[in-house]
Every structure is written in structure tokens, then in C-alpha cells.
Design a binder for this molecule. Structure first.
Ligand code: GLN
Length: 252
């Protein structure tokens, strides 16, 4: 078995180590004896989605998102069809915002891919802190770090998780991210997957089943250390009170 992973615009969208998510995909496949090929797609390059099994769209500054927006117009149709065909996507922060209709910054309106029926609007108070989610998809909490000026309004979409600690989509501390078909879109940087191997395996499983049939199962790995780290973070933030009052005020 083999998975082809596409890392989109890593020269522009790679804030806070989003690239680590690729390493995690690669390593957890390698440990199971499953082949993996990672292709980086830079500005101006053509993308044939028919040969792709997983897409990573990372985060970026508003300026970088503006540049990427022009690239996305060229691949919009192919990307939309890939998602409609159950293609697996991990979109982080700026990448999450770009899956929606638009991201309105303080100076510009950046058009998105219109894959998700969501929109994002910038506010001067930046939302940055550790964040912990409880997701219906997993028994184990999802831990990470958020850092965004945008507030994302997800309408009727299913959120990725309920915020246990942190601020989330709109800064209200209620919900975070979106799950849609085989897409996980989230504000969690970190990078997300090395801290949350259960999320990594969920996406790998979806990609393998899409390619090789529903009966593909992933061999379990020894995640004792990752589990310990997860429990430590959850315990550390379990008694923090009302996090909304702790919001750090900072301007971009
Ligand atoms: N520029 C976007 C924002 O500030 C996304 C930031 C990011 O990807 N970390 O909301």
C-alpha cells in the first residue's frame, strides 16, 4: 500500500511548524510498513488531484494568505472535486480559513475555496493560547495551540470539537474547527498531529480506506509517551477557571 501526500504551498503556509504534520503522517505510515510519497506544490505549479490521497494546507500570515488566494483560484475546481470525492484534507488555521467563502482582514477581503460554507472576519484582539478540545470523533482529547486574528463562523457545519480549554472559532470558548466529509479544518497548530496521533491515524485510515477499500485497518502503535503528554496537558488546564477573562490582548 502507498499514500501520496500533497503539501500545498509550504513556502507560504508553514506557520508554527505545520510541516511537522507531514512528518507525522510519514513516520506513522513508515512504522507500519506502508509506503508514502510527499510532494510539495509551490506557487504556479499544476496540481493533479486524481493522484493525491492526503492534502495538507497549513497556516500563514494575512499577507501570505493573500498571495495564496491567487493560487487557489487556479486549483479551486480540482480541489472542490477532490473533497466531493472524499479526498482527505487537513487544513490548519490560515488553511482552514481559506477553505471557506472568505477571510475579511482589516484591509482586504481574501476569497476562499468555497468548499466549506463558512466565513472568517478579523478582529484586532488576537486569540492565542493552548487549547484543548473534546471531539465526538475521539475518546482522547485533542490538544494544541491557537493563534489567530480571524473569527470563523461555521453556520450549520459540524465543529471539529467542543472547547474544553481555549477560545476556538469565534473566541467564545464554545466550538472549534469543522469536520466535513474527510476534511478536518482547525485552528490548532502545534503541530497538531505529533501531539495527537489519534487524529493522524483517523486521517490515515480514511485515506487508506478510500484508496484500498473499507476493510483496511491500521496496526496499533506504541503511543504511551504521546498519551502521557496528552494527559499532562489536560490535567494542567483542568482548573483554570474562565479562560475568556484571561484573553491576552495583542494587535497584529
Ligand atoms: N492570518 C490568519 C489569522 O490571523 C491565520 C493565522 C494562522 O494561520 N496562524 O487569523
Amino acid at each position: 500500500m502507498k499514500l501520496n501526500i500533497a503539501h500545498l504551498y509550504p513556502d507560504l503556509l508553514n506557520l508554527y511548524g505545520d510541516r511537522g504534520n507531514i512528518q507525522c503522517f510519514r513516520k506513522r505510515l513508515e512504522w507500519r510498513g506502508i509506503e508514502c510519497e510527499v510532494t510539495q506544490y509551490l506557487q504556479g505549479e499544476e496540481i493533479d488531484f486524481s493522484n493525491i490521497d492526503i492534502v495538507l494546507l497549513g497556516g500563514g500570515s494575512d499577507r501570505e494568505q493573500e498571495i495564496v488566494c491567487e493560487e487557489l483560484k487556479k486549483i479551486k475546481k480540482g480541489f472542490q472535486e477532490y473533497v466531493a470525492d472524499d479526498g482527505v484534507v487537513l487544513a490548519v488555521c490560515g488553511g482552514y480559513q481559506l477553505l471557506g467563502k472568505y477571510y475579511k482582514t482589516n484591509t482586504k477581503k481574501i476569497e476562499g475555496l468555497e468548499i466549506l460554507d463558512i466565513y472568517t472576519e478579523w478582529e484586532p484582539e488576537r486569540l492565542l493560547r493552548n487549547i484543548i478540545l473534546e471531539s465526538d470523533l475521539f475518546a482522547t482529547p485533542v490538544v494544541g495551540y491557537e493563534n489567530h486574528g480571524g473569527r470563523t463562523y461555521i453556520g450549520a457545519h459540524q465543529p471539529f470539537g467542543k472547547v474544553f480549554y481555549g477560545l476556538g472559532n469565534t473566541g467564545k470558548g464554545d466550538y472549534e474547527g469543522v469536520v466535513y466529509k474527510n476534511v478536518i479544518a482547525t485552528y490548532l497548530h502545534g503541530p497538531l498531529l505529533p501531539k495527537n496521533p489519534h487524529v493522524c491515524d483517523y486521517l490515515l485510515q480514511k485515506a487508506l480506506c478510500r484508496k484500498y477499500g473499507e476493510d483496511v485497518t491500521l496496526a496499533p502503535l506504541d503511543d504511551e509517551l504521546e498519551q502521557k503528554a496528552n494527559h499532562y496537558i489536560v490535567a494542567r488546564y483542568s482548573n483554570k477557571g474562565n479562560v475568556l477573562q484571561e484573553t491576552i490582548k495583542r494587535h497584529i
